[in-house]
Design a protein around this ligand. Sequence first.
Ligand code: CP3
Length: 355
Amino acid sequence: MSYCDLFLRACRKEATERVPVWYMRQAGRYDPDYRKIKEKYSLLEICEQPELAAEITLMPVRKLGVDAAILYSDIMNPVASIGIDFDIVKNVGPVIHNPIRSRADVEKLKPIDVEGDLPHVLETIRILDRELTIPLITFAGAPFTIASYLIEGRPSKSYILTKSLMYGEPDVWQALMDKLADMVVAYVKAQLANGSKAVQLFDSWVGALSPRDFSTYVLPTIERIFQELSGLPQPKIYFPGVASGELLPLLHNVRADVIGLDWRVSVQEGRRRLGGTFAVQGNLDPYVLTAPMDVVKAQAAAIIDEGLHEPGYIFNLGHGLFPEASLDKLRELTEFVREYSEKRIAERVSGEQRM
Ligand code: CP3
């Protein structure tokens, strides 16, 4: 089978014959075969077995027919290497046994040793690079989102401890941002050197900040990360997570190729706020997948129509898939995105030829 680089072309805002599609959290609990594997192994145990992690990465590719694979791993995976002791607890999420609360805690964090501590992740990437005929996306958690787990010690809704450290001890906060940025850059460079074709930085929870606080406490670090990666040819995606619409106008100097949108802002409005330089990815509300299929398709069609206004559009959800999502509906949605977007692009091309 020949290699399909549709996703990479859309990232670079090149013309495509249809809209590429993949889903955040496409490898996961909505799939009964994945749930069976999870009865035997934890997420971290799976990540330590490259053949198995690669197989789980491939499952949604085969079942859904998506245009990109995303490495089976977790944003917390690399933090063990800098000295964080954690578990991923069922139905809770990441739980940290030695949370970061003080300057001394930040000072204790070590530089990441990707080759020494995460060789299994790099091996998984190399296996996938050999097996895939579509691009492999690898990823890292962005500093704010990782810090929110490291400081709170577990998932939070208010980010009270995170914000209290950020406001109360801004130099300790910045030291933590700096160390996490160094971790992200080294980890992502190793991923790209081992065969990954694109990278996404997940800043899932940064929408919890006001635009002013995002500019002051987080944005300089995001700009530095993408600046340091900008010499590498592979496309880079920044996903500022849920409720990030108000942050979009601030991203002009971020040297990413693609910005992921959540569903609270339309694709057109998102592009307007971003100022026209980026490709965009998104942004169906994942919970629309609970609706009857004709509703799902109508919503997807409206999003695709907006996406096709300008080059550089990738269909995705506005956030990750949830465990109750239906595999059959996802398969049907994927097929619909392919067929509908192909038809719309063909109509446009023939319309232009007539003019
Ligand atoms: O997208 C994919 O299919 C690739 C795999 C992937 C996982 N986590 C596997 C996983 C990716 C890209 C992530 C990223 C991740 N992890 C994010 C950013 C994306 C987002 O949703 O905003 C965040 C915030 C985390 C932290 C994390 N890990 C949470 C909040 C949870 C959920 C806890 C729960 O049980 O509800 C996890 C666990 C996790 N990571 C699961 C999976 C498939 C589910 C539990 C499991 O199967 O062990």
